[in-house]
Design a binder for this molecule. Structure first.
Ligand SMILES: [Zn+2]
Length: 217
């Protein structure tokens, strides 16, 4: 293929990818959970409020190993969407990695079994907090982006982990975020600054703002 034609087709491909990236938010928007053939039937069904940004990929457990096939939720949000702490906690790590890009890890409280719970936020454009800092539920901790191997579409990859006191992951290391929502299993709970959330640190709220709900204090 002549060089000029190749350049033009690369440019065409680039334009298609760039514009389809914009269209995807209109396509998915709010309140939708993308279905995949890979999803396991046994996973807790998701009740996503119509005002909550859509999920393009859900958590997928692995029955062959302790590490899930998809270790969290992908929440489809444009770059520079505010990322909110899912619960009260302390910043454990602020890092940059090839795979996950700019990442933030928060420590929260313990499960009934005594394990520590962490939430993890990947592919961020920017982190706004430092390791050791205390954060409150709903606090702006960073902005979503496409850093690391985020694929074509900007999204927030959100994980929940359980660890023992030596920081070693236990049993199934990455858990379905579905098990921890404030409003109950499977019931994704939008953060709202005017709502009184019970001070239970391992109950989580959605880590991005929902439409029409106030999140700023
Ligand atoms: Zn993901």
């Amino acid at each position: 293929m002549p060089v000029l034609t190749m350049r033009i087709s690369f440019m065409a491909l680039f334009i298609i990818l760039a514009t389809s990236g914009c269209g995807i938010y209109e396509k998915y928007g709010y309140g939708r959970v993308a279905q995949s053939k890979l999803d396991q039937a046994s996973v807790t069904p998701i009740q996503l409020p119509v005002v909550a940004p859509s999920i393009s990929q859900r958590y997928r457990p692995s029955f062959a190993s302790s590490q899930a096939e998809h270790r969290g939720f992908d929440i489809l949000v444009p770059s520079r969407t505010p990322v909110l702490a899912a619960a009260d906690g302390e910043v454990s790590k602020v890092a940059l990695s090839f795979l996950f890009g700019n990442q933030l890890i928060l420590n929260h409280g313990r499960t009934d079994a005594g394990y520590r719970i962490q939430t993890r936020y990947f592919h961020l454009d920017e982190q706004l907090v430092k390791a050791g800092e205390n954060v409150r539920r709903g606090q702006l901790i960073g902005y979503s982006g496409v850093t690391g191997l985020a694929g074509l579409y900007p999204h927030l990859h959100f994980e929940v982990h359980q660890l023992n006191d030596d920081d070693i992951p236990v049993a199934i290391r990455d858990l379905d975020p579905q098990l921890f929502w404030v409003d109950g299993k499977g019931r994704i709970t939008c953060y709202k600054s005017t709502r009184d959330f019970a001070p239970v640190p391992v109950s989580l709220s959605y880590p991005v703002p929902c439409r029409d709900l106030t999140w700023q204090q």
